[in-house]
Design a protein around this ligand. Structure first.
Ligand SMILES: NC(=O)c1ccc[n+]([C@@H]2O[C@H](COP(=O)([O-])OP(=O)(O)OC[C@H]3O[C@@H](n4cnc5c(N)ncnc54)[C@H](OP(=O)(O)O)[C@@H]3O)[C@@H](O)[C@H]2O)c1
Length: 330
C-alpha cells in the first residue's frame, strides 16, 4: 500500500510542489485546502481533498478521525503577509497547536508530523557569522515571532506526537509570486537593491526543499528543528546576477537608500490595507532586509538527513525563469 500523506496549504507555492513530488513517488496524497482556495496546481486526479477546521481542536479531531490515520502529515499552511499581529499568531501558532493536539490522539497519530516553520523564527545571525540552529531565537518580525510561538507550542507535544520542524530560508522556484516581483523588474531591465551594501543572504530551490521535507518525514530525527538552505553563502548581488544571467538581460543597477525604501514600504502598506491585502514589501518585512545577516549553518541538517541539495541559486534560477517564460509570466 502506498504511503498516506496529508499536506496542509497544499495549493500554495511550496505545498503544491510537495504534493506534486509525493504523487510522482506514488504516495497517496490528501490536500488540505480552504473552501475557495485557488487549486489550479492541484489538478491531478489521484489527489484527495479535505477542508480542515483549524479553529477548533475538537472539530479537527472529528474530521481527522473520519479521514483515518495518515502515515505522514506536512503542515505547510501559514500566513507570511497578514494585516494584523493577531492574524499571524492565530494562523501560524494557534492552528499549528490545534493540529498537533488533534493529531496526538493515538487513533490518528502519524509516524511524523512535519511543521514548516521559517528561519525567521530564529532571526538573523547574531555574534556568529551564520544563523545557527542552537542560537537563542530572536525573530525580528511578527511573522517570525508567530512561527517561533508555534515551535514552542510543539514542545508540549514532544511525548505524544513525533514531530520535526523545518526552518527554510528564502525559497524560490516555479509558482512563487514574492521573489517573482524582483525577477520581473530585472526582466524589464531594472535591478533595485535596498541599502547601499549587498546583504548576506541564503536561498533554497523549491525542488530541493520538498525533497528535503520528504526525506525528513521518512527518516528525520524526531523532536528536532532543522534549518533548510542550499548550504551556500550568497549576497543580494548574487541574486541579481543569477536572475540577470538566466534572463540574459542588461540591467540598470540602483541601490536605494533605506529611508526611500521605508517610504515606499509605508505607502505600499497603506495601499494594501485599503485593499485588505498585505503587500510583499511592507515595513515589517524591511526588518529582515536591512543590515541583517542570513548566512546559515545548515550542516546539521545535511548530516542528520544525509541529504544534500542538488541546486545552487544559479541553476535553480535558470529552471525557474524557464518556467515563468513557459507559463507566460514573463
Ligand atoms: N516561501 C518562502 O520563502 C518560505 C520560507 C520559509 C517558510 N515558508 C513557509 O512555508 C509555508 C508556505 O509558504 P508559501 O511560500 O508556499 O506561501 P503560499 O503560496 O502563500 O501558501 C500558503 C498556504 O497556506 C494557506 N493558508 C494561508 N492562510 C491560511 C489560513 N488562514 N487558513 C488555512 N490555510 C491558510 C494558503 O491557502 P490559500 O491559498 O487558501 O490562502 C496556502 O495554501 C508558510 O507556512 C511559510 O511560512 C515559506
Amino acid at each position: 500500500m502506498s504511503c498516506r500523506l496529508l499536506v496542509t496549504g497544499a495549493n500554495g507555492f511550496i505545498g503544491s510542489a510537495l504534493t506534486e513530488h509525493a504523487l510522482a513517488l506514488g504516495w497517496d496524497v490528501t490536500a488540505a485546502v480552504r473552501r475557495g482556495s485557488d487549486c489550479r496546481y492541484l489538478a491531478d486526479k489521484r489527489l484527495h481533498f479535505v477542508h480542515l477546521p483549524y479553529e477548533s481542536p475538537q472539530e479537527l479531531s472529528k474530521v481527522l478521525r473520519q479521514q483515518g490515520r495518515f502515515e505522514y502529515v506536512a503542515h505547510i499552511a501559514g500566513t507570511t503577509k497578514a494585516l494584523h499581529r493577531k492574524d499571524y499568531f492565530r494562523v501560524n501558532a494557534d492552528y499549528t497547536r490545534h493540529l498537533a493536539q488533534a493529531l496526538s490522539d493515538e487513533a490518528v497519530r502519524p509516524s511524523c508530523f512535519l511543521f514548516l516553520s521559517s528561519i525567521a523564527a530564529l532571526g538573523p545571525a547574531q555574534e556568529a557569522e551564520r544563523v545557527h540552529p542552537d542560537q537563542l531565537p530572536r525573530p525580528v518580525t511578527t511573522y517570525g515571532a508567530s512561527k517561533l510561538a508555534a515551535e514552542i507550542h510543539l514542545e508540549a507535544y514532544k511525548e505524544s506526537l513525533p514531530w520535526i520542524v523545518i526552518q527554510p530560508t528564502a525559497v524560490f522556484g516555479p509558482r512563487d509570486r514574492d521573489l517573482f516581483q524582483f525577477i520581473r523588474m530585472v526582466h524589464y531591465g531594472l535591478e533595485l537593491y535596498i541599502g547601499l551594501r549587498p546583504q548576506p543572504a541564503s536561498f533554497i530551490y523549491v525542488k530541493d526543499l520538498v525533497e528535503l521535507m520528504l526525506t525528513a518525514l521518512e527518516r528525520g530525527p524526531k523532536g528536532q528543528k532543522l534549518i533548510a538552505t542550499d548550504g551556500r553563502d550568497y549576497t543580494t548581488d548574487d541574486l541579481g546576477a543569477a536572475v540577470r544571467t538566466a534572463l540574459s538581460r542588461r540591467t540598470l543597477r540602483v541601490r536605494l537608500p533605506v529611508s526611500v525604501v521605508r517610504l515606499i514600504a509605508a505607502l505600499n502598506e497603506q495601499y494594501g490595507r485599503l485593499n485588505n491585502k498585505m503587500p510583499a514589501l511592507n515595513r515589517e518585512k524591511l526588518r529582515e532586509l536591512i543590515d541583517v545577516n542570513w548566512h546559515c549553518d545548515a550542516s546539521r541538517t545535511f548530516q542528520q538527513l544525509n541529504f544534500y541539495p542538488a541546486y545552487d541559486l544559479y541553476r535553480g534560477m535558470e529552471e525557474t525563469i524557464q518556467w515563468y517564460r513557459h507559463h507566460e509570466w514573463l
